[in-house]
Design a protein around this ligand. Structure first.
Ligand SMILES: Cc1cc2nc3c(=O)[nH]c(=O)nc-3n(C[C@H](O)[C@H](O)[C@H](O)COP(=O)(O)O)c2cc1C
Length: 396
């Protein structure tokens, strides 16, 4: 059942309350998500995006209740990814000759995913689609977050359809940003940005500046996941500019893994050292194997510095530590300091392995790593405290 937004625009997406893992298991979605699809009825009728494949049948049937599919003049695909295009094969079976407007790169991604020769019409920045009283203007948005992404601006209604930009994995029956819990909303928006868009900070900034320079009146931002920003849409744009500018808060995060608590004891000593040196800084301690990885990455995103510790296992680090370091490398965090620590029994390679990986991932190593032979004794605890003091001191 569609939700009417304006005389001409109806939300025809799918709210997915139960989704908990997205992109395989790369991204946790504790609050579910929505796949937003929009139906525009002016003199012409067009559909913007579809929904994920498992909901394809439901989507097409609901769309048929809204309109005679044969009256659909075009399908506009802002981004080829399966969560937005999954229902396309089913829809196109019913309307095989309907043109699909998308970027050149989306022709490639959609052909690669579905191997169909639909009637593709590639568009570029500045190209327009006249709907009647209103017009859609396309703006390519490469790497926000795929090479195939574009935005579409609808004049008359003053709506920016922003694909995954400004999105959140946040299922709600409320549809609009002003009707939901603001803390939850901004936490989910930040988690989305931290985990998906961080590598593309520069492109986010450039794209937002390009759009702001167009001086378009903006009443709503319609993203492809989560709520529609209708109240003060400029607020999320400002947040994006802040987040894209190598965001950090006055926070240090200590992340450790442990088998027998030795590395944890070292981590606690480090936390005490940080608090001693700088009581105002927020210090957070997490067992990285037991905390949601995407929440951890969001904490790293907020941090000015991180310290990572692992027990030494078979001359290396634990798999959970390795997994998180791999994800951090992919996100290309900038302007953050780091340090490493480990507990060991005989060879003690873990701290060195972590240090190398942090450095290769672009972190600035502000302190030399420390190690504790077995459980930390008094001297090792003192080394932990001193590491914390030195790390906190490196920001002065
Ligand atoms: C399966 C296993 C493999 C280990 N491999 C190494 C190793 O290669 N080198 C080393 O120095 N210690 C090794 N250790 C010893 C641990 O690093 C040591 O017990 C350390 O104190 C564990 O830290 P934790 O108390 O934080 O778990 C190993 C321990 C286990 C259980």
């Amino acid at each position: 059942m569609g939700k009417k937004m304006t005389d001409k625009v109806t939300w025809v997406g799918k709210t997915d309350w139960e989704l908990r893992h997205f992109h395989g298991d790369e991204l946790s979605t504790d609050k579910g998500t929505s796949y937003n699809s929009y139906l525009i009825r002016d003199e012409k009728t067009v559909l913007i995006d579809t929904v994920w494949g498992p909901y394809g049948r439901e989507f097409v049937e609901a769309l048929e209740e809204e309109i005679d599919l044969q009256k659909l003049d075009a399908v506009i695909m802002l981004h080829g990814e399966s969560d937005h295009s999954g229902a396309l094969p089913l829809l196109m079976e019913k309307i095989p000759d309907t043109p699909i407007y998308c970027t050149n790169n989306a022709v490639k991604s959609l052909k690669g995913l579905y191997h169909k020769d639909w009637d593709f019409h590639p568009v570029k920045t500045g190209d327009q689609f006249s709907l009647g009283e209103t017009t859609l203007t396309f703006v390519e948005a490469r790497m926000l977050h795929w090479p195939d992404t574009m935005f579409a601006y609808m004049s008359g209604e003053n709506i920016l359809f922003s694909s995954d930009g400004f999105g959140q994995h946040y299922a709600t029956e409320m549809l609009y940003n002003d009707l939901v819990d603001q803390n939850e909303l901004f936490q989910e928006a930040m988690k989305y940005y931290a985990n998906i868009l961080t590598p593309f900070n520069k492109m986010v900034t450039a794209k937002i500046k390009e759009i702001l320079a167009m001086e378009l009146p903006l009443d709503q931002i319609c993203t492809s996941h989560g709520v529609i920003w209708r109240k003060e849409p400029a607020k999320i744009i400002e947040k994006y500019l802040e987040w894209a500018d190598d965001y950090q808060e006055d926070q240090i995060t200590v992340l450790y893994d442990t088998m027998w608590e030795g590395t944890r004891q070292l981590a606690e000593a480090i936390v005490r050292g940080i608090q001693q040196k700088d009581p105002k800084t927020t210090v957070k301690l997490f067992n990285l194997a037991k905390t949601d990885k995407n929440d951890l990455l969001t904490e790293v995103f907020r941090s000015k510095g991180i310290l990572v510790g692992s027990p030494t296992v078979n001359k290396g680090i634990t798999h959970a530590t390795a997994g998180l370091l791999e994800m951090m490398e992919g996100l290309s965090f900038k302007k953050k300091k780091a340090g490493a620590f480990c507990s060991y029994g005989w060879s003690g390679e873990a701290a060195g392995v972590i240090e190398k990986r942090l450095e290769a991932s672009g972190f600035d190593l502000a302190v030399s790593s420390i190690r504790s032979l077995w459980n930390p004794d008094e001297e090792a605890v003192q080394n932990g405290v001193e590491l914390g003091v030195a790390f906190a001191g490196s920001f002065k």
